[in-house]
Design a protein around this ligand. Structure first.
Ligand SMILES: Cc1cc2nc3c(=O)[nH]c(=O)nc-3n(C[C@H](O)[C@H](O)[C@H](O)COP(=O)(O)O)c2cc1C
Length: 185
């Protein structure tokens, strides 16, 4: 288990291999069997693979609108970079990283969702897949009502967004980490 944790990495470069039904079921099972406070089990899962191009079109249309209408948005610089990058360097896929699929977790409880997402990542790694927790796409989705409508999540909060797929890269080493502060009493 420690090896799996040490060798997991954020994946920002994916092969075009799709995620099968059985693999998807395992990912969601790993999430839905995670502990939740008060056993509330309120996390929803929205998986986009077949309609990913439509999702991207909605996101970039929305980004175009926001960057025009909200020049004082606190994240305007990066939003513009995502929007313009799509036009000038589409192959880079700064936001979607060429992942074959996106998994959204919905709900009002960040700790529940975070724990579930971590189990999903480990399950993905055990099947040769990888993920990228995408904080920007989470915030962008929350910001754009048309994207939430597309996801059938108008009345939900998008808590976490993960790109999912088979890595096109292989890491030989673990990532260095800071020495954490530890107190043992
Ligand atoms: C909540 C959360 C949001 C993140 N959002 C992004 C993101 O929007 N874009 C990105 O490239 N990486 C994102 N990351 C990945 C982190 O940058 C990454 O986990 C960190 O640099 C450590 O690298 P590693 O995951 O390969 O060990 C996010 C990670 C977490 C936990």
């Amino acid at each position: 288990m420690l090896n799996a944790i040490l060798f997991r990495r954020s994946i920002r470069n994916y092969s075009d291999k799709k995620i099968g039904k059985e693999q998807l079921e395992k990912l969601i099972m790993a999430g839905s069997h995670t502990a939740t406070a008060k056993n509330r089990q309120e996390i929803g899962y929205i998986f986009v693979q077949e309609q990913l191009d439509q999702l991207k079109a909605q996101v970039f249309n929305g980004l175009g609108r926001v960057t025009e209408e909200q020049p004082d948005h606190p994240e305007i610089k990066i939003l513009k970079r995502f929007y313009k990058g799509r036009k000038s360097r589409p192959e880079e896929e700064m936001l979607f990283r060429n992942a074959p699929a996106v998994l959204f977790l919905t709900g009002d409880h960040l700790i529940d969702a975070g724990l579930a997402a971590q189990n999903i990542e480990l399950m993905a790694a055990s099947m040769g897949m990888g993920v990228l927790f995408n904080g920007y796409l989470t915030r962008i989705t929350e910001m754009l009502p048309e994207v939430k409508a597309f996801l059938k999540a108008e009345d939900k909060t998008i808590t976490i967004c993960m790109l999912v797929g088979y890595p096109a890269v292989k890491y030989e080493r673990t990532a260095p980490r800071k020495q954490p502060e530890i107190t043992i009493l």
